[in-house]
Structure formats: C-alpha cells, structure tokens
Design a protein around this ligand. Structure first.
Ligand SMILES: Cc1cc2nc3c(=O)[nH]c(=O)nc-3n(C[C@H](O)[C@H](O)[C@H](O)COP(=O)(O)OP(=O)(O)OC[C@H]3O[C@@H](n4cnc5c(N)ncnc54)[C@H](O)[C@@H]3O)c2cc1C
Length: 395
C-alpha cells in the first residue's frame, strides 16, 4: 500500500485525499489550521467558472472538473454542495458588450447553454434584481452554471475519505520541514513529529511556494487577495442567479443571503480594509435592493493561489522527486478532476495526458493565459503586498 502525506485540507487536499484513499493508499493529512477549509477554500466566491475559461484545453479541464462534481455527489452522497443557478452578465459600454457577445458565441461553439436575452428577462430569471440597475438592453444568460459551498464540499470529501478507513488527519499541525534521502523527499516534519511516506502532496494553496521552498523548489506562484462580504438572508425575494456586472459579482448563499466580490474593490486592498465591506454592500444593494435590509454578516479576505501563467501546477519537479505539487486558481471548479488525476499518478498509474500542459517545471509564460484572470488583473485585483499577513483573517 502506498503511504502518502497530503499537506493542506482545502478543496484540493480533500479531493486528492479522497481519491488516494479510494485507490488503497494510506493517507496522513496534515493541516496547520485547527480544522478543514480554513484557507482560501473557506473564503472564496466558488462559482463554477467553466464557461469563463480559456484557452480551449483549459476550458475542457474545467468542464471535467465541473462534471466531476456531479459524479462525486452521486458517489459520496450527503448534503449537496453544488447549487445550480443561471449566471447572468451584462456590460455598461459598447466595448464590454462586444466582448460579451464574442464570448457568448464562443461558448455556444464549445457546447454551452448560453444566450443573449433582453433586459426584461431579468423579471422572471432574477426578480431580486432592480432592472433599472442594468444600463443596457442586452444581458447574457449562461444556463448551465452553479455555485459551490466549498467548506461543505471539503467536509463531505473528508468524511467519505474517513469512512474508507485508511486516512489519519492532524489539524493544528504546520509542516516545518521535508526530510530527504538524497534528492528524494521522504516525508514531512511538523515540529518534533515526522511522518515518512512514499509521496508528499503539496496542497498548501497560497502557501504552496513556501512548502515547496522547504525542498529547495521555486514554484511560480503569486498571491492575489480578494475581499468577500456576505449578507444576511434577504427579506424579500432571494437571489436566484450568479451575477457578473460592471464592478461587482454576486451569488446566492445557502441561507438566502448574497455573497459579494468586486475586482475593483480588491484593487484597493492595501493593508487596511476599512470601509471596503461597506463599499461592497453599497454596490450590491444598488443591483439587488433587498441587500439593503440584510446587512453584512461576514467579510473576509481570501488569497487566490495564482500560478504566474494562471494555469494549474500539477506534478513533481526534477531535483525533488517524491514531492508532488497540486496548486491552482479556480481550484473549487477543478478539484474533482485534478484530485482524481493526481491520485492516479501518485498511486502508480500512467502519467495523465490531461495534465501534460500543467507540469510545474514547464516554461511558464510571462502573461496570463486564462482570459478571465487577465480581466481580473486589468480591473484591479493585484498580488498581495503588505496586507498579506492579514490574509484569510476575518475582517
Ligand atoms: C476571492 C476569491 C474568489 C474565488 N473565486 C473562485 C471561483 O469563483 N471559482 C473557483 O473555482 N475558484 C475560485 N477561487 C479560487 C479557489 O477558491 C482556490 O483555487 C481554492 O480554494 C484553492 O484551494 P486549495 O485547497 O489549493 O487551497 P486552500 O483552501 O488555501 O488550502 C490550503 C491549506 O493548506 C494549509 N497549509 C498551508 N501551509 C501549510 C503548512 N506549512 N502546513 C500545513 N498546512 C498548511 C492552509 O492552512 C490551508 O488550509 C477564488 C478565490 C478567492 C480568494
């Protein structure tokens, strides 16, 4: 039986743990926080972003991730973490509208349920939205979208993995060293404790470059913080779609509230977050008036682990065999496929052709390849600087 240590209990760590245990491995899961989903996976927008992804090969990988959620839900059961709702977009100028039309046409060519609709369609589709907030007569509706309750997803996976009987979990256990035999990484050290393993999987999210550095590996990763604010339940009609509109993204929450994110607001994250949750609330209630009476019940910063070219980093690098990296932005969408393929490779399967373009030692392009991430960079969200220390803290 393979012995594997997984570092990090977020969506990627939980998914690979589950698939490793299914494949018969003995897994030790080591997490620095006192519980699961305490990192980015607990402070994320967590929409299924498949329909926004480019280039085509990366779109296809995301589609496999999205389909993987459905398969996993059937396989492990339990309370659902996937919430299918339409995704509605609009733009406020001609350039934005042209870009949306082009993407709509491409999405349809790629087989998506995606259409242009008149603004009057909002009445039936998302009655919580004030149509007067939409400064255009054209909206885009993606029919096969969804949002995920990422912490619930992580718990469901870890519960299912625990039922398989070969998983040991250690919380409040920061990994501080990677023992080696020659070049080979042979386990993890956490303070005075050491676990030996045939493979170590680095699923430390935005901390993955620091874990890699313990073995002398430089991962091409940047940290991009994002502020999310959650309202209480809306007093009137609930939000029934994900919205991506100028300066704002909104999605429903499990208890009838909304979760708000703005790349422009993220661009103003500089140490202090004073006033920014209120700014998100102001933007949200301008589009969904019910948010006014719901207030903000939670605001926190999540840190996106973004490889320099925007695409996942999956696999070992020469010079540190035994240490397998599994790091990605859009990790909630991708976790089912990345976790399954990585577990297959780690437990001795053939190398997965789907992962060939995502090896961490590839020549990483200067620019970001994923169009959606490029848009995020352009509109404001930027790599962490001073406020990094406050990352993922409640604010
Ligand atoms: C604002 C925002 C919006 C986003 N929107 C979306 C979206 O719409 N759709 C989507 O699919 N994705 C989205 N993402 C990205 C997605 O949330 C992440 O890609 C995903 O959560 C990363 O999961 P992970 O398991 O790799 O990392 P994490 O969830 O951060 O897990 C890593 C874990 O490793 C632990 N760790 C770190 N270092 C150590 C150590 N030395 N020892 C032990 N443990 C350690 C951490 O405590 C953490 O729990 C968004 C992210 C943000 C911040």
């Amino acid at each position: 039986m393979n012995r594997v240590v997984v570092v990090g209990a977020g969506v990627l760590g939980a998914c690979v743990t589950y698939h490793l245990a299914r494949a018969g491995a003995h897994v030790v899961l080591v997490e620095q926080a006192p519980g699961p989903a305490a990192g980015t996976s607990g402070a994320t927008f967590a929409a299924d972003v498949t329909h926004l992804k480019t280039p085509y090969a990366y779109y296809r990988l995301n589609r496999q991730g999205s389909e993987g959620h459905l398969r996993l839900a059937e396989e492990i059961g339990g309370p659902g973490w996937r919430h299918p709702v339409p995704h509605v977009q609009w733009a406020d100028d001609e350039d934005g509208r042209r870009a949306l039309r082009e993407r709509t046409s491409r999405a349809r060519q790629w087989g998506r349920d995606c259409r242009l609709a008149p603004v009057s369609a909002l009445r039936d589709l998302v009655p919580a939205v004030d149509p007067a907030a939409c400064p255009t007569d054209e909206i885009v509706v993606h029919g096969d979208a969804a949002w995920f309750d990422a912490p619930r997803f992580v718990r469901a996976l870890l519960d299912a993995a625990a039922r398989l009987g070969t998983v040991e979990t250690h919380y409040a256990t920061p990994v501080t060293g990677l023992p080696r035999d020659g070049e080979r990484v042979t386990g993890v050290r956490a303070g005075a404790r050491t676990w030996h393993a045939d493979a170590v999987v680095n699923c430390a999210g935005p901390g993955a470059d620091r874990v890699a550095a313990l073995a002398g590996v430089a991962l091409p990763l940047r940290r991009v913080p994002g502020l999310i604010a959650t309202s209480g339940p809306l007093p009137g009609r609930p939000l029934t779609a994900i919205l991506s509109v100028p300066g704002l993204d909104l999605r429903p929450t499990a208890d009838g509230g909304v979760l708000a994110l703005s790349w422009e607001v993220d661009g103003r994250l500089r140490g202090a977050v004073d006033g920014l949750p209120e700014e998100l609330h102001r933007r949200a209630r301008a589009v969904v008036p019910g948010v006014a009476g719901a207030g903000i019940v939670d605001a926190r910063i999540g840190v996106r682990p973004v490889p320099l070219d925007g695409l996942p980093l999956v696999g070992e690098v020469p010079g540190a065999p035994g240490l397998y990296h599994l790091v990605s932005h859009s990790g909630v969408t991708l976790a089912p496929v990345l976790g399954r393929l990585a577990a297959g490779e780690i437990t001795g399967g053939a190398s997965a052709s789907e992962l060939a373009g995502y090896r961490p030692d590839r020549t990483v392009a200067e620019g970001v390849e994923d169009e959606n991430l490029r848009a995020m960079d352009r509109r404001g969200a930027r790599p962490a600087a001073r406020h990094e220390a406050k990352a993922q803290a409640e604010v």
